[in-house]
Design a protein around this ligand. Sequence first.
Ligand code: SF4
Length: 435
Amino acid sequence: MNKGKLYIETYGCQMNFSDSEIVASVLSDDYDVIDKATEADLILINTCSIREHAEQRVLNRLSELNALRKNNSRLQIGIIGCMAERIKEELFKTGSVDLVVGPDAYRSLPTLLKKESRVNINVLLSETETYDDIHPIRYDTNGISAFISIMRGCNNYCSYCVVPYTRGRERSRNPQTIINEALSLFEKGYREVTLLGQNVNSYCCDGVNFARLMKSVAEINPLLRIRFATSHPKDLSDELLEVMSSCSNICKSIHLPAQSGNDRVLKAMNRKYTRRWYLDRIASIRKYMPECSISTDFITGYCDETEEEHQDTLTLMQTVSFDYAYMFKYSEREGTRSANTKADTVPEEVKARRLTEIITLQQELSGKSNLKDVGKTMEVLAEGTSKRSEEHFFGRNSQNKVVVFPRGSCSKGEYVSVRITSCTSATLTGNLIDN
Ligand code: SF4
């Protein structure tokens, strides 16, 4: 029997990209993945609900894709991921979807697709689903770096966040299945894995915590680099930092979302740490790994945030001197604790001005951080041809900074030594050094 053609479009976080690979695997008996929506029998949009803007983008895209039905009467369109969980009724009302499936219900996709009903839906959340027996189909990778999802869900209930409602309670995947997946990727030529979870460092399964899991994955082969995302400051243990510092193939880079530099705002956000606690964790990172890069997230203009409280965010940024940051204006999400109990009082223009201030400061800090690397020689994993020219490769160093260099005779997937000669606030540029 000929297989159908499946086109998957993914929005949002790395977990979603990893989930799309699981979905491709779940449907692999009936569908091959293709990269053109116009030729598909089934289109799945894997969605994100974190901000209103992200949802609106998907709704616009849905109406564009719906127009393809004119030339293809067999076409089925499904919404999967967080929006399926959060706004299922609204999705029905669009009249453009055949399928609505939440993040814990992907195993039911083959059955749902065979049903005759007008719209098929499964948005049941699970307390146990980890997809640990599914071998993801890496249909859109560079063959060098891959994601491995190690835990799902989140128990933290930060006041502004929809994730605990769309992805359910935390559950961790069996450690041996994670080690097997990393080993199999290494044997296929992959040289970097990123262990993923909404709250990755609260991983715990069969007595194995995140630090021990990282050590076991690092022991697979010294040529396999390990990264992880995203950590919560309250779960960043010294045990993990010790493991990171002792394993040369665990990348020296930590993404540690701060969200605000002010204690009252952090409490209102239910972040479960203070500015002092956060700075203590930064001091620990620097004690164990002085060379470690630190990136973060900030939300500006959160409910009632005053000018002084905003200044606390700016001073925290200066104190830590982050290498990189993702920064957003607060956007109220229906159903969260913030939306139910607090007013979104900071005017839009004030939020926009504060966002500009933190972005400007971060560009300065990122520029300074990169400038310190000029003149250094560093190990870079070559990932592919640079956008700049066919003659240049790009890759990343242990600190997760993008490095561009002349490709010379090196191949994708090779570790090379690069001496940095110049930089912008986003990229390092250098020359290959013979080993
Ligand atoms: S830790 Fe907070 S921000 Fe992150 S997914 Fe959980 S609730 Fe959302």
